[in-house]
Design a protein around this ligand. Structure first.
Ligand code: 7TS
Length: 407
């Protein structure tokens, strides 16, 4: 059931929002780093430990069965949420970084020294470094899709970079530094034309958009629970079954095997082949609760509320003299990165914090973007479903005040 988008009710569901920080009511605008958790998610974790804690897929006893059922129920919720064809294609991981590393590592056997991997200029370090490591292991070459001044990827150069040598294309759905929403479906189709596989880093997309992996035709799609109202330490790797069957496992250990002898081990079927060891059972169950929570509010309602906030904040920020916003793509979500002439973003962040306003400052784990724009970092305000226009008014007043103090 989709409830009416009731911001007061939504805010009520997040206990952390109702406190003061540095003597001021908290204004939390660092949702790109991690979002706050609703009571339903916090309760899912404590209920799990209070009533069903046991290891999964192992015991004959009831608790183990309940824990297994609850975790597999959460896997089904994830499947439905991203419209994956099968739960075999949903691997629980510790987060986006882990999900990307699984594929970059398992892909080693599919890449040779004549091959190329394409990423984009606006990737988080976690979607750069694992591919560099793959290239170091295999001798393959890393190619980078450039970014235009407005924060959009240079699609003409992308078309030129694609060739029969391209084995993998990896880029984000939404940039965490610029907010650009990439034309994922078109870019995937172009990569498939040359026979390349595609991994999408969806860390910033899941909190803001409806994602349909079948419609996008993504081969792999990675995301983190903690950016979509679930706990830290849980994440998901979606992979097409045909790919996951072909790829070797990334980690060996318990739960990922069918048989083990000292001569040879055989591997479990999907998804367990990629889930060695005891998983984050409570976290995975809580991810299911976070999905329920988001769906109750309605993904479209969340998206339209947040895009109003981005538009409102952008308009207000632009009225400040000396303001420069990085990332003005036509299709944009979630974040606003900015600098003010003569003001260091770190100093701005410290003063805002004294006013109870949380933003992120620095390079946002995207150093190449900062290099591209010739800056060391930015201040970044990023939005969640519980933010309000009043939050933005306080933020704008805080930015003005900090500017007057610093200049
Ligand atoms: N990819 C993108 C696009 C991200 O924004 C992040 C985290 C990651 C990958 C890594 O996610 P993790 O959960 O595995 O750490 N981004 C940020 C950020 O913008 N500020 O702090 C973390």
């Amino acid at each position: 059931m989709v409830k009416e988008f009731n911001i007061a009710e939504i805010r009520e569901a997040f206990p952390i929002l109702h406190q003061e920080v540095n003597g001021k009511p908290l204004v939390y605008l660092d949702n790109g780093a991690t979002v706050q958790k609703p009571k339903a998610v916090i309760d899912a974790i404590s209920n799990y430990y209070e009533t069903i804690n046991a290891n999964v897929h192992r015991g004959v006893h009831s608790l183990s069965q309940w824990a297994t059922d609850a975790m597999e129920g959460a896997r089904e919720k994830v499947r439905a949420h991203i419209n994956a064809p099968s739960t075999k294609e949903i691997i629980f991981t510790s987060g986006t970084t882990d999900s990307i590393n699984i594929i970059a590592s398992s892909f080693t056997t599919f890449v040779g020294k004549e091959d190329e991997i394409i990423i984009s200029a606006i990737e988080h370090h976690s979607n750069i470094v694992p591919w560099q490591m793959l290239c170091e292991r295999t001798g393959a070459t890393l190619k980078v899709i450039p970014v235009l001044d407005n924060g959009e990827l240079d699609q003409d150069t992308y078309a030129e970079l694609l060739s029969a040598k391209t084995k993998m294309v990896a880029f984000n759905h939404i940039s965490n530094s610029l907010g650009t929403i990439n034309p994922v479906k078109e870019m995937i189709a172009a990569a498939h034309e040359v026979g390349a596989a595609v991994l999408i880093d969806g860390a910033q997309a899941l909190p803001h958009l409806k994602v349909d992996v079948q419609d996008l035709d993504a081969d792999f799609y990675a995301f983190s629970g903690h950016k979509m109202y679930a706990p830290t330490g849980v994440g998901v790797l979606f992979g097409k079954e045909e790919w996951l069957n072909k790829l070797p496992p990334y980690r060996g250990g318990g739960e990922m095997i069918a048989t083990v002898t000292f001569e040879k081990s055989t591997y479990a079927s999907l998804p367990h082949k990629f889930e060695a060891g005891t998983p984050n059972v409570a976290g995975n169950i809580a991810l299911g609760a976070a999905i329920d929570f988001m769906n109750e509010i309605g993904l479209d309602a969340i998206a339209s509320h947040e895009s109003e906030l981005v538009a409102y904040a952008t308009e207000k920020l632009m009225q400040i003299e000396g303001m420069k916003i990085y990332g003005i793509a036509k299709n944009k979500a979630g974040v606003i990165s900015f600098n003010i002439d003569g003001v260091h973003n770190y100093d701005l962040g410290v003063i805002l914090d004294k006013l109870g306003i949380a933003v992120r400052t620095g390079h946002h784990c995207t150093q190449p973007i900062m290099d591209r724009f010739g800056i060391a970092g930015t201040a970044r305000a990023s939005f969640g479903m519980y933010n309000t226009k009043e939050d933005i008014d306080k933020f704008i007043a805080g930015v003005e005040r900090a500017k007057n103090m610093l200049l």
